[in-house]
Ligand binder design. Structure first.
Ligand SMILES: O=C(O)CCC(=O)N[C@@H](CCC(=O)O)C(=O)O
Ligand SMILES: [Zn+2]
Length: 336
């Protein structure tokens, strides 16, 4: 296997490779760009015009997606997987990955779309670098752009694998991309309805990629991911990479549950209280009238929406950040 296939090992050791560019026997070029960043380019004659960004480890303790990208890279470096797409592999927060923690000082996934400029520290610098790497990768005209930012969640979930689809004014969510996600094993998609500061929102909004955050199960340490079944996604990614992906039927949304955001719960102060059991699962339903959260100055978050569910409840976030998302079921009528 080419040494650059060991991007994860290099990243965990905090080392630069001796050789920055290597070629497989079939002429696939692997190029190390910076810590945790590697570009793969097929020979020109085989290039099918897709630019695919695969990122994981934006949160350092979310290891199943990191292991998945590591397996794909090994297959490419051994010549077992022959790309027809250009690919950028990114391990988002190397320092946090080495520590096995979600983040070190601040959550990288709250620092995109310019937020890093208002901040400082190594994670702000990393978010800036990730934006730059993604922008440079997606700068070639007339190519398809696709980004999957792979995550696992802090808690268990009533719906194990789901995607979050960013929003941009005047742009419609794509039925074809949703069918592709369904084929990749996703059981639900949350259609966002406002701008956001996460990585996939940056590539969707500023770089015109089709972009998604994918949640694949519960976060566990390296080597402990048997419970996270990524086989459908892994098969689909291999097919996207080597250009053998079966056509997705645009009516192929069967079994895919769609949700939209009703409200984001923002923690404003240290007085914030979230009235949920610690072990509550994502997608748990909340009854109308339930007092979900309380904050300073008698602010109360009371459930008003029929069929409301909660995802990512987390009262420990820093003040000013999202402490949960209230979602409601929606339909496919506004898809392009
Ligand atoms: O389990 C949790 O509370 C968080 C899991 C996670 O890291 N989710 C991403 C979602 C990003 C998005 O909104 O697209 C995050 O919170 O950064
Ligand atoms: Zn995450």
């Amino acid at each position: 296997m080419l040494a650059l296939g060991k991007l994860l090992e290099l990243t965990l050791a905090g080392r630069e490779p001796a050789e920055k560019t290597q070629l497989t026997v079939e002429g696939v070029r692997m190029r190390w760009l910076s810590e945790g960043a590697l570009e793969v380019r097929p020979p020109e004659a085989r290039d099918n015009g897709l630019d695919l960004l695969l990122s994981a480890g934006i949160h350092g303790n979310e290891t199943a997606p990191i292991e998945l990208l590591d397996r794909l890279l090994h297959d490419i470096a051994r010549g077992d997987l022959k790309p027809r797409a250009r690919i950028l592999f990114l391990f988002g927060n190397p320092e946090a990955i080495r520590k096995g923690e979600r983040f070190v000082e601040q959550d990288v996934n709250r620092l995109f779309n310019g937020r890093h400029e208002q901040s400082s520290g190594s994670e702000a610098l990393r978010a800036c670098e990730l934006e730059r790497l993604a922008a440079s990768f997606f700068s070639k005209p007339d190519r398809q752009r696709l980004h999957y930012d792979l995550h696992t969640a802090i808690r268990g979930s009533k719906i194990e694998q789901f995607a979050l689809y960013p929003w941009k004014e005047g742009r419609q969510h794509s039925r074809r991309e949703l069918a592709r996600l369904r084929a990749a094993g996703m059981e639900a998609v949350l259609l966002q309805n406002k701008p956001s500061i996460v990585f996939s929102s940056y590539t969707y909004d500023k770089l015109d990629a089709e972009a998604f955050t994918l949640e694949l199960g519960k976060a566990r340490p390296f080597g402990d991911n048997d419970g996270v079944n990524v086989s459908l996604l892994e098969t689909r990614l291999k097919q996207i990479i080597d250009g053998t992906e079966p056509d997705v039927a645009e009516d192929g949304l069967e079994g895919l549950q769609l949700f939209s955001v009703a409200r984001e719960i923002i923690k404003h102060s240290d007085a914030f209280r979230l009235n949920l059991p610690q072990d509550i699962e994502n997608f748990s339903e909340l009854e109308v009238g339930y007092v979900l959260a309380e904050d300073l100055a008698n602010t109360r978050w009371v459930i008003e929406e029929q069929g409301a569910r909660i995802i990512f409840p987390n009262p420990k976030v820093k003040n000013g950040l999202r402490a949960g998302i209230l979602i409601v079921p929606t339909t496919d009528e506004n898809l392009a």
